[in-house]
Design a protein around this ligand. Structure first.
Ligand SMILES: [Zn+2]
Ligand SMILES: [Zn+2]
Length: 399
């Protein structure tokens, strides 16, 4: 079976690249993946599948039934690709350069979509040789709150039939092409946005006794909030608190009425996330009050943290080792970035792994979310083949 999958992936490699280039040249922003969804639907129909369209508006779901058809005992594995692009203007000079001003597939979601279409084609071809059901999930808006994954779940993507596990892959510009990365347990962070307004009383900088200085109070608050991260967090629990915006719009001798602060809080524990946010709000409001000011503390909730189910991930790692060779399977570090695949991982056993796309010799080294991001396209054949192999491995597990 492994060799059969490898052969099919090789046969389809040119189509995978053509599909990726088509998607890359025609990127669409989060929640606007209309042409992309249409393209995916056409491709799925062309191989004999009947996609359910319009899930979470622009998402699609399709089933590949194995040999025995679907029964109550048969296992279901979910495979996920995201389809949206970013508001970045592409700086690469390539034949498949984005044709849309200011929009670019700079996070590789064109790769994920094309790769999953390839996986669909391979598994559809092999459907007489496995038992169980493969659920293909093409979701919108990974890049934008509230995240396409959360809306797909609301629209029932994890029911009828319910996948026993979900697999997702993401390009990795820091991992050489030909290699795959795994990490069991905590992998990516929850992402909450913090918006604080410290309201005091502005006036002439020469008369601070007449005023309530929001600049000094906000500065104290920033320092105190970092103290929550260093003193109240369990040391084993990774967390980041970063403030990138601090606007005190006075001048040398004018203290403003208010200061605006914006930042991000990231961690890998849902309980600590709640506790940390509660403590930060209390600290900020309490300190402002103690100094005669008012602090409005607003949290815009992002994605939860992404946990890779340890046992499932170990199984996938060993299956990948069989497919790729041990020398091509690498360990991933914790990453404090967010990813909406985390929503699936909170409710169903999940494994999110990385597909190496770096090629230093060819200068393909730019990070995701940069205008020069690109991939070594030989990763597509690996991505589509490996995901097929992992899905079948997962279907072999007994319920
Ligand atoms: Zn991204
Ligand atoms: Zn991404």
């Amino acid at each position: 079976m492994k060799e059969q999958i490898k052969t099919l992936a090789r046969d389809y490699a040119a189509d995978l690249i053509a599909n990726r280039r088509h998607l890359h040249a025609n990127p669409e922003l989060s929640f606007n993946e209309f042409k992309t969804a249409q393209f995916v639907a056409e491709q799925l129909k062309a191989i004999g599948l009947t996609p359910q369209e319009g899930v979470a508006n622009t998402g699609l779901v399709a089933l590949i039934e194995g040999r025995a058809g679907r029964s109550s005992e048969s296992r279901v594995v979910g495979l996920r690709a995201d389809m949206d692009a970013l508001p970045i203007h592409e700086a690469n000079d390539v034949p498949y350069k984005s044709t849309v001003e200011g929009v670019m597939h700079a996070c590789g979601h064109d790769v994920h979509t094309s790769s999953l279409l390839g996986t669909a084609r391979i598994l559809q071809q092999l459907r007489d040789q496995f038992e169980g059901t493969v659920k293909l999930v093409f979701q919108p808006a990974e890049e934008k709150a509230p995240g396409g994954a959360s809306l797909m779940i609301k629209d029932g993507v994890l029911e009828n039939p319910a996948p026993a596990s979900m697999l997702g892959q993401h390009v990795a510009p820091n991992v050489p092409v030909g290699k795959i990365g795994f990490r069991e347990g905590m992998y990516m962070a929850s992402t909450d946005e913090l918006y604080l307004t410290v309201i005091g009383k502005g006036g002439h900088g020469a008369m601070p006794d007449q005023l309530i200085d929001p600049v000094l109070i906000a500065s104290h608050i920033i320092v105190a909030l970092q103290q929550i991260i260093s003193r109240n967090r369990k040391p084993a629990n990774p967390s980041v608190l970063s403030f990138g915006r601090f606007i005190a719009d006075g001048v040398t001798n004018v203290i403003p009425n208010e200061v605006k602060i914006e930042g991000t809080f990231r961690c890998m524990d849902e309980e600590w996330r709640e506790d940390g946010l509660r403590r930060m709000k209390k600290m900020a409001e309490g300190m402002a009050e103690a100094m005669g000011a008012v602090c409005e503390f607003t949290v815009v909730r992002g994605y939860p943290f992404l946990k890779n189910h340890p046992e499932l991930t170990r199984r996938m790692r060993s299956a990948a080792t069989e497919y790729m060779g041990a020398e091509n399977v690498v360990n991933l570090d914790l990453w404090m970035a967010g990813e909406d695949f985390a929503f699936y991982s909170q409710v169903v056993d999940s494994c999110f792994y990385r597909l190496g796309t770096r090629n230093e010799e060819r200068g393909i080294i730019s990070g995701v979310h940069t205008p020069t991001f690109d991939i070594d396209e030989s990763a597509l054949e690996i991505g589509a083949g490996l995901m097929s192999w992992l899905a079948l491995e997962e279907l072999r597990v007994k319920n």
